[in-house]
Design a protein around this ligand. Structure first.
Ligand code: ATR
Length: 277
């Protein structure tokens, strides 16, 4: 008789109750009939090293990491993927069979996979991308766009110094422009991305003048609550094709699920419905 294994994974953050990841992985576990569980865990920074050291002893295969631990977890990891090192943060940890803790960042590929699925005609090489914001989400998206060989990234941030720091880190293909001047670059951009949390329920709107936006620009937002943010709604009014941010969340989960539970999961309408509840 073979010993049956219950596969375990989860998500660590603080707070954690708002995380959509348990619904997302739970949906896939059920759909594929996998004998496993995905558990939300509220863990403080002080306890994080101890928890990560002990989870493999309880049979965990790996965990997602969310705020506020995405950067600090790199100090605990034994092996860091190139893209996690480049971004300076990790969201997907795997407990390897040799006992090492592997840290990866799948936010960037989540972003790209979402655009490729939802806008099959989108060509990252077709022209410059105008990126709004220079926080943690922006770092992952900028790294992914460069990996996809965008010819240029026009980067703008309310606090210019943060955009300059990103340019210093990622190099020559980035052109930093002042927040107040950025709208004049809309016409050149073939992709426009909001990487800030502005427009999310409970936050203020993203006040960015879209008068110069033309229908050739694909517009996307990392905010997914609401699905159609005021920013995306204004872009649609200007005739642009838009992609909401939910798919980025769904696609960033794919590599972890495959590593921990042994099956490449699909991102489709059923999953979107399950996560939106
Ligand atoms: P995250 O890791 O989610 O990207 P973050 O690192 O705090 O979060 O970054 C938030 C981004 O939203 C930043 O680009 C921030 O601009 P600043 O660097 O100037 O703070 C941007 N942001 C937040 N509030 C904003 C506002 N009212 N107007 C314009 N940009 C704003």
């Amino acid at each position: 008789m073979t010993k049956e294994t219950i596969l375990l994974a989860g998500v660590i953050g603080q707070p954690i109750t708002q995380s959509k990841s348990p619904a997302l992985h739970g949906h896939w576990l059920k759909r594929y009939g996998i004998n496993g569980h995905y558990i939300p865990m509220d863990v403080s920074s002080v306890n994080l090293p101890h928890v990560l050291n002990n989870l493999p002893k309880m049979g965990f295969r790996g965990v997602n990491i969310t705020l506020p631990h995405k950067e600090s977890v790199l100090d605990i990891a034994d092996v860091i993927s190139d893209r996690a090192a480049l971004i300076g943060a990790a969201n997907t940890l795997t407990f390897q069979s040799d006992g090492k803790l592997h840290a990866d960042n799948t936010d960037g590929i989540g972003f790209i996979s979402n655009l490729k699925q939802e806008a099959p005609g989108w060509d990252p090489k077709a022209g410059p991308a105008l990126v709004l914001g220079a926080g943690g989400a922006s770092r992952a998206i900028v790294a992914a766009l460069l990996h996809e060989k965008v010819p240029e990234i026009i980067l703008t941030n309310r606090t210019r110094a943060r955009a300059d720091a990103l340019k210093a880190h990622f190099g020559g293909k980035i052109k930093v422009v002042d927040w107040t001047q950025a709208a004049s670059h809309l016409e050149e951009a073939t992709t426009l991305i909001n990487t800030t949390a502005l427009g999310m329920v409970g936050k203020e709107e993203l006040k960015f003048n879209l008068d110069a936006l033309t229908p050739k620009t694909l517009v996307t937002d990392i905010v997914y609550n609401p699905l159609i943010t005021p920013f995306l709604a204004r872009a649609q009014e200007r005739g642009c094709f838009t992609v909401d941010g939910l798919g980025m969340l769904l696609h960033q989960a794919v590599p972890g699920f495959e590593r921990w539970f042994g099956r490449a999961p699909e991102v489709d309408e059923d999953l979107r419905r399950a996560v939106l509840g």
